[in-house]
Design a protein around this ligand. Structure first.
Ligand code: ADP
Length: 303
């Protein structure tokens, strides 16, 4: 559950500020990506856990109402995972995550492997223990299912997980944390030693796509007025998985997912801000007419 405080300017360490508004909003990277993919037209099953608290009830209901299958979502003793988020007037955010129930998801349970085997793609994040993420990725790999990992919150990734990842989607901070390199192109090149494809998201600067043996591809973000960038990366990842799962070529899939993310940053909230498929289709067409925005180019203008 996201506990969101809206403030003009985020407090520095030791500082107290008076904010404008507080909301509790269903979130979590896994749930956000599940909702993003469902809104984008995907058929989605969520594997994870909520706590036996009021938040758990609301979190499950939020997934169901977005059309996500929650049969594999466990309810465990204790608190649901929470994230305290501060959103400032520039649309920037800072976040403290308490894993709660997510920390109890240590591996796959009965039926999970069959669910993964039946999927077109497996979207993974790091808000459950690495043992579960790795088990899920390996199950997907064993069944020929594409694995897409958002390596957030950033942490070192074990080789056995990386070996089962097809597409890594870090933001620029996560890419730097994983590689020790702040140059985006260099970071992408380093990550390709571990995984065959990488998309580094660069906020308002768009995305950089890199694959082994191919020229890197830059996709500028559509120019929009951001009010809340919470879950922009999750919206991008969910929409990208749907587009790639439908067999769209990579440049078109990146532009379409960028349109989805650009729509989400113009609205407050996490899951509430995620666009529907018709909205993404319309925006992708409109953004393609902005000069250069959303149009993939072989030159890296981002780094
Ligand atoms: P995260 O949400 O993980 O921090 P980013 O900030 O890189 O990730 O945002 C993910 C994607 O969302 C970007 O690659 C871009 O497509 C889109 N996005 C984020 N901020 C903006 C913005 N201000 N304008 C347009 N698109 C944005």
């Amino acid at each position: 559950m996201d506990l969101v405080a809206y403030v003009a300017k985020a407090p520095r360490l030791g500082e107290t500020v008076t904010g404008r508004e507080f909301r509790t909003v269903p979130g979590g990277k896994g749930a956000n990506q599940a909702v993003a993919a469902a809104r984008a037209g995907g058929s989605v099953t969520m594997i994870g856990a909520v706590g036996a608290d009021e938040f758990g009830v609301r979190l499950r209901a939020a997934l169901s109402s977005a059309g996500v299958d929650t049969d594999a979502l466990r309810t465990v003793e204790g608190a649901s995972g929470t994230a305290q988020i501060t959103v400032d007037d520039e649309g920037g955010n800072s976040i403290v995550v308490i894993p709660g129930a997510n920390g109890r998801v240590t591996g796959l349970e009965a039926g999970d492997e069959a669910r993964i085997a039946a999927a077109g793609s497996l979207l993974l994040q790091l808000e459950v223990p690495l043992s579960a993420v790795t088990a899920a990725a390996r199950a997907a790999r064993a069944h020929g299912v594409r694995t897409v990992l958002t390596p957030a919150p950033a942490q070192p990734l074990p080789p056995e997980l990386l070996a089962a990842v097809d597409l890594l989607v870090p933001n620029e901070h996560e890419a730097a944390a994983l590689t020790g390199l702040t140059d985006v192109r260099q970071a992408a090149r380093a990550l390709l030693q571990d995984v065959p494809e990488v998309v580094i998201t660069l906020g308002a600067a768009g995305v950089l796509y890199a694959a082994r043996g191919r020229e890197p591809l830059s996709v500028p973000a559509p120019r929009v007025r951001a009010v809340d960038t919470t879950a922009a990366g999750d919206t991008f990842a969910g929409a990208l998985a749907v587009a790639l799962g439908e067999g769209r070529p990579v440049p078109g899939a990146l532009a379409w997912a960028s349109a989805a993310a650009a729509l989400s940053v113009q609205r407050p909230g996490a899951q509430d801000s995620m666009p529907s498929r018709p909205e993404i289709d319309a925006a992708a067409t409109a953004f393609a007419e902005q000069d250069g925005a959303g149009t993939p180019s072989g030159r890296d203008t981002a780094s």
